[in-house]
Design a protein around this ligand. Sequence first.
Ligand code: AMP
Length: 636
Amino acid sequence: MSAYAEFYRRSIEDRDAFWAEQARLIDWQQAPQTICDDSRAPFTRWFAGGTTNLCHNAVDRHLATRAEQAALIHVSTETGVEKTYSFAELHAEVQRMAATLRALGVGQGDRVQIYMPMVPEAVFAMLACARIGAIHSVVFGGFASGSLASRIEDAEPKLIVSADAGSRGGKVIPYKPLLDEAIRLSRHKPPAVLLVDRGLAPMERTAGRDHDYATLRAQHLHTVVPCTWVDATHTSYTLYTSGTTGKPKGVQRDTGGYAVALAASLPHIFMGKPGETFFCTSDIGWVVGHSYIVYGPLIGGMATILYEGLPTRGLDGGNDPGIWWSLVEKYKATVMFSAPTAVRVLKKQDPAYLKKYDVSSLKALFLAGEPLDEPTGRWIADALGVPIIDNYWQTETGWPLMTIANGVESRPSKFGSPGVPMYGFDVRLLDEATGDELTGPDQKGVVVVQGPTPPGFMQTVWRDDARFVKTYWDSIPGKRVYSTFDWGVRDADGYYYILGRTDDVINVAGHRLGTREIEESISGHPNVAEVAVVGVADALKGQVAMAFVVARDASGLVDDAARLKLEGEIMKVVDAQLGALARPARVQFVGVLPKTRSGKLLRRAIQAVCEGRDTGDLTTMEDPGALQQIRDLVVR
Ligand code: AMP
């Protein structure tokens, strides 16, 4: 048996001993009493009875050995800022933030929503929450008022931490008006808002509610805030993700299991060592950012680069597609983590930019978030000369579900495959209709995980255990397994290939969006009677959203100009509610949408037409002309 096969086998068959060993990678105030408690499956509890703290493990425990070493390296090509915080400085800043949170009434178990650009204060706020046992809920800064409002309503935060503005490609994006509008829309009104003023955009303040961070920080420069020891099962954060309904789900994560999962992933998967630098180009608004910009590298005693900006812009604001590689060289990054979309953007630039810098410090480049196509994988592998390691995961899993654990045993990657199941994940392929397990090679099925799920995996859906069970664990007939809602196949060597979603979720530039959410937003336009949104393959972004609308009053849609005007208006509605990320690439107008006789929208058929594929069996379709209209539009 190969070294990895044995490692994997132990993680499943000798679960408690395996994870008790991994648990030694972090500091505990009190050792765990039970390793895995699955008595209330599927609500698996890890390391119960043990007490620990995420912030202690990410910051305080390194003070004895590496206080003066770099911990957080902030680089913003938007504002020209480049600043390094040592572990000692990070420790001081986190305490200032924690003291501020306390002064604003935040205590253990309270929620703090963080709606921030990629600035150090966002990381301080996350760590400060962990320090005092508060639950953070980061909302991606690119989301607009509607998305933010639904998350505020669900999380019911005591405090929202935000900033005057973000910036993208040199364009200032004011956050405060979006936040004010979100609070106006939300039934829950947070009693306090803490604002970081970057001096980018003017802010209106609501007296009694809005507080200035610079002022409060100055009052707490030397306040000592010890870590609150919490049970391993204490919720550390929630992070919302799109599903098949319009209402996003609050993925809830624990403390001890998460810390152990991340601590173990560094040597086993990412091959990162204390004192080295980790450069993850994601955003703190996504799970990859939580795990590998903030907690993972710091828990592992590594410096982490917090990068604000495009991959093609220099610190002086000019065009510079070599910026990331210059940072790898400057900070001697050993581990880099990005997304295929970002690589596809760089691929369009002059390859000379890549050759300008010495990237020999890199051990590997990890890519995740969407399928890695072979041309992109090959291009970057040739250009960088380091292994490119695809890894497949979800907000729900917290860390890679499939990849190659080169730290355990070096094994080749295969193009197009994220690899094999990671230790702790009992992955199976099931027939969607019958629930039967597919054991042979090259059979297409739904990728599922047999419980108990490993440390770091979601605990439940925030305040909705029933939804957790119904959505994830009851979707396959006759089986109590966690469904990823991804199609997959496994080859004869045990490598998996991910073939897209089984549900109505689409993936735009590595970001997960629910088509229903976009449809609901579009329906908010007064002249929209019906709408269908589908994801369509795109060379740069992987997928883009396409909307087909039946207008309430089509009499004005006489020419292209009139249609373009309404299309623009509809896009504005999506921009304002969900953010530009969710904006469809096109909005097209049709007389009728293709549906089954029972009224179910035929999204897969629409998608097939848009991608020029065969539509499959359409005998249940109500109006055969409906698809022809879409075909005519797409061909045009
Ligand atoms: P999110 O929860 O936003 O990270 O989205 C998770 C989804 O992104 C998965 O269910 C997959 O559909 C897709 N995904 C993530 N990583 C990969 C990958 N390496 N290869 C293929 N699909 C991926």
